[in-house]
Design a protein around this ligand. Structure first.
Ligand SMILES: C[S@@+](CC[C@H](N)C(=O)[O-])C[C@H]1O[C@@H](n2cnc3c(N)ncnc32)[C@H](O)[C@@H]1O
Length: 207
């Protein structure tokens, strides 16, 4: 039932944590976490009532209507309990950053943004969250980076802000080719810089 991307997220969730899935859509991830005994303490939210009607249908289908809490909420606005871990996946970085601009965030976050990962990493770093692990998966020819954050300071190198900490050689080679093509088309120097950084990382991994 779960996509490869959502399964990779589920694999990062610690056992028995109190979890909130922000922007749950179909609620597939909470259902998987519950049915696979990863945690029974799950809240799912979405900004859209229409979407939540679909989530509720899915919860009913699996007999989980009374087990998984559903909240209609823009980010954390209608969330009043504390959680060990929040999952925010399948949205763009700007939306994610808006959601994260609250006073009391959980100490652990799993974030999968669809774009501007460097902006996200920089924001999280300034918010004093450190990357515990970063997993890159490829599904239907798209690479997704899933980042597990914990509260704490860290110093990120330029290449880590730009391209993360996954150490995924295939992903870095894909990015290298992407920036090579973009440079050929646009002649923008920034792409040359990205290529240089990626070349160094790829070289180190292959050493
Ligand atoms: C593309 S879906 C991703 C669903 C699921 N998290 C996943 O990764 O497969 C994005 C969902 O986030 C919801 N959403 C967008 N902005 C939101 C916000 N500010 N607060 C809560 N949910 C939001 C949308 O309604 C939609 O259901």
């Amino acid at each position: 039932m779960l996509s490869k991307r959502l399964k990779a997220i589920a694999d990062l969730v610690p056992l028995n944590a109190k979890v909130i899935d922000i922007g749950t859509d179909h609620a597939y991830l909470p259902i998987y976490l519950y049915l696979n005994d990863i945690t029974k303490d799950i809240t799912a939210t979405d900004i859209s009532q229409n979407v939540l009607n679909g989530s509720l249908n899915n919860l009913e289908k699996y007999g989980l209507k009374e087990k998984i809490k559903l909240i209609k909420s823009d980010g954390f606005k209608n969330v009043f309990e504390a959680y060990d871990l929040a999952i925010i996946a399948g949205m763009g970085t700007r939306t994610i950053i808006d959601i994260l601009k609250i006073k009391q965030l959980p100490k652990e976050l799993i974030i999968q943004s669809n774009n501007e990962l460097n902006v996200l990493r920089e924001f999280m770093n300034k918010l004093d969250y450190k990357i515990i692990s970063e997993v890159v998966i490829k599904e239907k020819n798209i690479y997704y980076s899933i980042i597990y954050y914990k509260k704490g300071k860290e110093k990120l190198a330029k290449h880590e802000v730009l391209f993360g900490k996954s150490n995924n050689l295939e992903y870095y080679k894909f990015l290298y080719d992407k920036y090579e093509n973009l440079y050929k088309k646009s002649k923008q120097m920034i792409y040359l810089d990205y290529k240089k950084v990626l070349n160094e990382i790829i070289g180190k991994i292959q050493d």
